[in-house]
Design a protein around this ligand. Structure first.
Ligand SMILES: [Zn+2]
Length: 386
């Protein structure tokens, strides 16, 4: 265990519309973070920075210095949050929080209800399920859309604003460098960081919101695994005036896909790809794209979905190397395909993938990785290349 201290240094701006800035000082390393939005005035809120700093603090320090006002409810939840995280990740330890001044949040201006929205299956499901209550879509530039990827950012923001306009919701875009410039330097994104990152942004929207939905990735039968966003964790980040709701665990992947397929706008906007090969919105070739296309096919909706570059290639499906959480989603698709006799070839290909022993899948993944590395080396040393 290190004996370093993590200092949160909030920077007060005198200009009304200036970005919110904070410096996280981990030992001798300083991380300058910014948060900006053209759609709303963000609050310089220490609750946000404590939320963001807790996990890096639990990983690398003993003391977390929070020199400012913090919600007493959030402060009281820190012990429970620490207990849960430590039970999942024994490498984490409790940190002592110093200098925090408990001050209740009361200054509510509006009672808006938001959802973090990126256009994927989970966030579409939560938006559509709660569409009568939700007033705002919150899109964060710098999380799953890289902060420097202007092309993908423009396409994604256009989609989010179009969906907002269609369903009569406001759209708030928040741009931040917190992921690459701080959080991922200390903790993993999927397994730990993304939940606190979302709730950090949520706290910056104080005092406009009373509730913000965070779309679940897993259904209730599959919640035994640790995750950065979880129904045990997310509500604990709330304050006296702002509630975070982990939503959608009642539905598995195929049930979510079936529900959103009832809405043409969802099928014309769906965005699931993280690889974005050749700058594609959905490349149609990566595991996430193929997995979603299989689910859409299983509920007879793929032909109405207009956001994939290519058709579903059965050969690519049979070459999928799926482990862990990906298997859970595809198992629900296999069950649906078993009932749908129109896609026998797809059913057989997917069955083959899911019946493959995990050790063999791991071995094939490793072989594929080495081949890809060798190919890159040969490309670099090819005559004629600088
Ligand atoms: Zn893809």
């Amino acid at each position: 265990m290190s004996t370093e201290t993590l200092y949160i240094k909030s920077i007060q701006s005198t200009t009304k519309d200036a970005p919110v800035r904070v410096t996280m000082q981990m030992g001798t390393n300083e991380h300058d973070l910014f948060f900006e939005s053209k759609d709303i005035q963000l609050a310089n809120n220490m609750d946000a920075f404590l939320t963001l700093a807790l996990l890096p603090g639990m990983k690398h320090t003993d003391i977390l210095v929070v020199d400012g006002e913090v919600s007493p409810r959030l402060l009281e939840s820190i012990n429970t949050l620490s207990d849960i995280y430590r039970s999942w990740h024994p490498s984490l330890h409790s940190v002592k929080i110093e200098k925090a001044t408990p001050v209740k949040k009361t200054d509510t201006k509006e009672q808006r209800v938001g959802v973090f929205f990126s256009g994927g299956v989970d966030s579409f499901y939560t938006l559509l399920k709660n569409r009568d209550e939700i007033t705002d879509l919150i899109f964060v530039h710098g999380f799953d859309v890289d902060i420097d990827d202007n092309n993908l950012h423009e396409k994604t923001l256009t989609m989010v604003r179009d969906v907002g306009s269609h369903f009569g919701k406001r759209v708030i875009e928040v741009k931040t460098n917190l992921r690459l410039s701080f959080l991922e330097k200390y903790v993993g994104w999927g397994i730990l960081g993304h939940g606190p990152a979302l709730t950090c942004v949520g706290h910056l929207l104080y005092p406009y919101f009373k509730r913000i939905y965070i779309a679940a990735s897993y259904a209730y039968p599959n919640l035994h695994r640790p995750s950065g966003s979880h129904p045990l964790i997310d509500p604990l980040w709330g304050t006296e005036t702002l509630e975070f709701v982990h939503d959608g665990c009642e539905a598995n992947r195929i049930q979510k896909v079936a529900m959103i397929s009832e809405f043409d706008k969802a099928l014309q906007s769906l965005r699931v790809c993280y690889e974005n090969r050749d700058g594609a919105y959905n490349c149609g070739q990566c595991g996430k794209c193929l997995s979603t296309m299989i689910s859409l096919q299983a509920v007879d909706a793929l032909d109405r979905c207009t956001t994939f570059n290519t058709g579903l290639d059965i050969k690519r499906v049979s070459q999928l190397l799926i482990l862990d959480s990906g298997r859970i989603n595809l198992t629900t698709s296999l069950e649906a395909l078993e009932q749908n006799k129109d896609y026998g070839e797809l059913y057989q290909a997917l069955k083959l993938v899911l019946n493959r022993p995990q050790w063999r899948t791991k071995l094939m993944r490793e072989t594929r990785r080495i081949k890809s590395q060798l190919s890159n080396v040969f490309t670099r040393i090819k005559p004629g290349k600088d």
